[in-house]
Write a protein that binds this ligand. Structure first.
Ligand code: RB5
Length: 145
């Protein structure tokens, strides 16, 4: 077990992928905070983007995973929160740069865009890649807020 807690949430379109990724995140040794949803019944993605964003801002989690049909709506909702940098990633390269250059604290995935294996690869890279922490990237991230 490491010291990172991962908050995860999805809307109805992302529910099944969320359940698959929960097991994977646990197997990788991370603590997990499930912020819903808990079925495929239709819900509104902003409620779940907000839940994960707030859990990170409050310090209950260090990183977040958000899933909707495309990853877009739920990332937009999370990015409305100060200090949140949610990145839609659909391959390992975007997942790596989201961490190295953008210090993204949430990865957003589209369950209707990628399959489970690619989602797992993205998540693994996202959780294990450090921020580059150079002056140029720090300056740009600071400007976001
Ligand atoms: C739900 O049908 C869908 O609109 C949602 O999951 C997401 O893709 C929105 O961005």
């Amino acid at each position: 077990m490491n010291n990172i807690t991962v908050a995860i949430a999805a809307d109805h379109a992302g529910y099944i992928l969320k359940e698959e990724l929960k097991k994977y995140v646990g197997d990788l040794g991370y603590e997990l905070l499930d912020c819903g949803t808990n079925s495929q019944e239709s819900v509104d993605y902003p409620d779940f983007g907000k839940a994960v964003a707030e859990s990170i801002i409050a310090g209950r989690a260090n990183r977040g995973v958000l899933i909707c049909g495309t990853g877009i709506g739920i990332s937009i909702s999370a990015n409305r929160h100060q200090g949140i940098r949610a990145a839609v990633c659909h391959d390992m390269t975007t997942a790596r740069y989201a961490r190295e250059h953008n210090d993204a604290n949430i990865i957003a995935l589209g369950s209707r865009i990628i399959g489970t294996s690619v989602a797992k690869d993205c998540l693994h890279i996202f959780l294990s890649t450090p921020f580059e922490n150079t002056e140029r990237h720090l300056k740009r991230i600071t400007k976001l807020d």
